[in-house]
Design a protein around this ligand. Sequence first.
Ligand SMILES: [Fe+2]
Ligand SMILES: [Fe+2]
Length: 186
Amino acid sequence: MLNKDIANHLKASMSGKRYDHTLGVAGTAKKLAEIHGADHDKAETAALLHDAARDFNHEYILQMCQKYNITADEVEKAVPDLLHAKIGACMAGDIYGIKDSEVLDAIRFHTTGRKNMSILEKIIFIADMIEPGRDFPGVEDLRELAFKNLDKAVITGLDSTLRYVIERGLLIHTDSIEARNHLLGC
Ligand SMILES: [Fe+2]
Ligand SMILES: [Fe+2]
């Protein structure tokens, strides 16, 4: 499916707020792709579909996991919202006909990150955090950093995610730790 058709389809299936966020991520991801030498069309596709499953309730998340044979790990069982990334990747293939594994992986790992992320994965991860609708202390600095040094921006993004979950006593997904360690040279 072409990106404009994906966008139209999503518009009809998402809340207005989620759709605005989606378009914000898509615009940011395209710009980042141009700066960092990634395919901007793929970046737009991954960004459009990254949150396709974000508004599903827990019951529906479990149904979709069954449908797509997704096995939740221990952390995902405790925090089912994390599964929207894996479900989104399956929907991108199943409903939107996306076959490109780079695009599917960028959707699959947009929330946690992972060890040895591709440029496209880094772009979607950070675009999700810095799109124009995001407002948190330090967002302007992170926006600037994302265009200058993608790796440093992803580390900073992971740091803030980790701080957020620690401050709230929530579980940390090991993929985030591995993503950060790998970017720090481990
Ligand atoms: Fe998401
Ligand atoms: Fe998002």
